[in-house]
Design a protein around this ligand. Structure first.
Ligand SMILES: O=P(O)(O)OC[C@H]1O[C@](O)(CO)[C@@H](O)[C@@H]1O
Length: 548
């Protein structure tokens, strides 16, 4: 198979990048009065403006040619058909089946999984209705008021992000809490405010082996049983979401309280499965369904729209252009909407666990940069923290600015100010301010001439940094579902372009293995084994300090 760098389409992009890398993005607007409409697309209720990138018609054409050269349409069809795209684990990648509203049958190993998906959705619907209606009773006959979701990574980030994003739509029926950290402080603090008679725990773990989640679940169980000596209390207060029902049963969770997920759903793409149960409990099942519907709308677009108008394809190609060809390896996610507070953390796992790889599908080292270093936080807070580096630091950073036209909740003038900040930052990052303009401004302000030259370099903003703006009409369950699906498909397309296997995560295993080995040594249950001097020294130090 031809490696990516041998493709003529790849090589012409390398040449093109060398020729245009320093061209001012703002000049491109002067050359094309229609640039905003030529370089933006609307899908569902989201506008994607990519005009503030160092990208012209020729760039876009060449990126689209590369997508054809790597057989993107065929890969997309394989995803849709349930091919084992997670090749190192020989698994299909079918999160799209979880939200397909058409009734289409998806097949895995000769089994129609659509039937299983619908059965689990129906189980979730009934369970949520019971709990929310106060018909699901705790061990002492009282209805549930609080749900504690225990999970980590993909079994936590999605539901937590979605609950936060849609909190303005929640009624007072249930409160939801999330515990992911194995640091006992988190679970202790959550439990301190709860009444065991009215608390429901959702233990979410695809494998049901993740040490952090298992420890937190055991602590929660001990807390419940300390107060409820009642036989059978666990069955009334614990449910599990897992692909390993027998392991959940071994923890004492009744099989009828287990919601199933499957090998063909990756943890970081599992929000659409019963992993989304906390969202459905918190808001009501209909909101969860709206999220599924929003994601499905984007799936249709991704599978049907021509590449040139296909928003996730464009998002992916522009990301590859900035990262691999223009040498900007970081990607900031900057939401201007309080609701999207946890989006950067969610996308960090989705993207970095998927495309943070340097061997191709055949196990060969690739000679180009792949998955971006993704980071970010609420943009408005970031402005008063790290934006200094964006404007004047040593690194060029590509950024996605995400906002909504209409707020779900507002206070007089706040949303307009928020949006003005979003737009101002993308403008400042593109246009910057050069030294002549700074000097003219200082002169106009009457600064003595002798001081102008000294101050001017400190006030120069380099500009010419690429940004994308994603503007949602309003954050709703549907538009949130759509937004997440856009990024999921972007990740898929980038994996195809970079030729990496986006759906495994072998890189997280070594740390887990070593932690399991070190834990008994730290606890003093096993003598320190011979290992690197630093680790042994640190273990001895901790032990000595703890023993006083
Ligand atoms: O749902 P589980 O099996 O507890 O795994 C949690 C998370 O751990 C990881 O395997 C990484 O450590 C993620 O991929 C996954 O989302």
């Amino acid at each position: 198979m031809t490696s990516r760098t041998q493709l003529p389409e790849w090589q012409s992009l390398v040449k093109h990048a060398a020729a245009v890398k320093d061209r001012p993005i703002s000049d491109l607007f002067q050359q094309d009065a229609q640039r905003f409409s030529n370089f933006s697309r609307k899908v569902a209720s989201t506008l994607y403006d990519f005009s503030k990138n160092n990208l012209c018609e020729s760039t876009l054409g060449q990126l689209l040619d590369l997508a054809q050269a790597v057989d993107l349409p065929a890969w997309r069809q394989q995803l849709w058909d349930g091919a084992p795209l997670n090749s190192t684990e020989k698994r299909a990648v079918l999160h799209v089946a979880l939200r397909d509203r058409s009734g289409r049958a998806y097949w895995v190993d000769g089994k129609n999984i659509t039937l299983e998906v619908h059965a689990q959705l129906e189980k979730m619907r009934r369970f949520c209705a019971d709990v929310r209606a106060g018909q699901w009773l705790g061990y002492s006959g009282k209805p549930i008021t609080d749900v504690v979701s225990i999970g980590i990574g993909g079994s936590n980030l999605g539901p937590q992000m979605a609950c936060e994003a849609l909190a303005s739509y929640a009624d007072d029926t249930l409160k939801v809490h999330f515990v992911s950290n194995v640091d006992g402080v988190q679970i202790r603090r959550v439990l301190a405010s709860l009444d065991p008679e009215r608390t429901l725990f959702v233990v979410a773990s695809k494998t049901f082996t993740t040490r952090e989640t298992m420890l937190n679940a055991q602590t929660a169980k001990a807390w419940l049983l300390q107060r409820a000596c009642e036989h059978g209390a666990v069955a009334k207060h614990f449910v599990a979401v897992t692909s390993s029902v027998e392991k959940a049963e071994a923890m004492g969770i009744a099989p009828e309280n287990c919601f199933e997920m499957w090998d063909w759903v990756g943890g970081r793409f599992s929000l659409w499965s019963a992993i989304g149960l906390p969202v459905a409990l918190y808001l009501g099942f209909s909101y969860f369904e709206q999220m599924l519907a929003g994601a499905y709308e984007i799936d249709r677009h991704f599978f049907e729209a021509p590449e040139r108008d296909n928003v996730p394809v464009l998002m992916a190609l522009i990301g590859v252009w900035n990262n691999t060809f223009l040498n900007m390896p970081t990607q900031a996610i900057l939401p201007y909407d309080q609701a999207l507070k946890f989006l950067p953390a969610y996308l960090q796992q989705a993207e970095m666990e998927s495309n943070g790889k340097t061997v191709n599908r055949r196990g060969e080292q690739v000679p180009y940069t792949t998955g971006a270093i993704l980071w970010g936080q609420l943009g408005i807070d970031g402005q008063h923290a790290f934006y200094q580096l964006l404007h004047q630091g040593a690194h060029k950073v590509a950024a996605d600015f995400i906002g909504s036209v209409t707020p779900v909740l507002d206070a007089e003038g706040h949303h307009t100010n928020l949006l003005a900040n979003l737009l101002a930052q993308t403008q400042a990052l593109m246009e910057g301010v050069g030294e002549p303009a700074v000097l003219a401004d200082l002169a106009a302000r009457g600064l003595p001439e002798a001081e102008q030259g000294a101050l001017a370099p400190h006030k120069v903003h380099r500009g010419n940094q690429p940004t994308n703006t994603l503007l949602m009409t309003k954050i709703t369950a549907q538009s949130l579902g759509g937004l997440i699906a856009l990024y999921e498909h972007k990740i898929f397309v980038q994996g195809v372009i970079w030729d990496v296997c986006s759906y495994d995560q072998w890189g997280v295993e070594l740390g887990k293995l070593l932690a399991n080995r070190l834990e008994p040594q730290l606890a003093g249950e096993e003598p320190p084994i011979t290992q690197d001097g630093s680790t042994s020294g640190l273990i001895r130090y901790v032990r000595a300090q703890q023993l006083g």
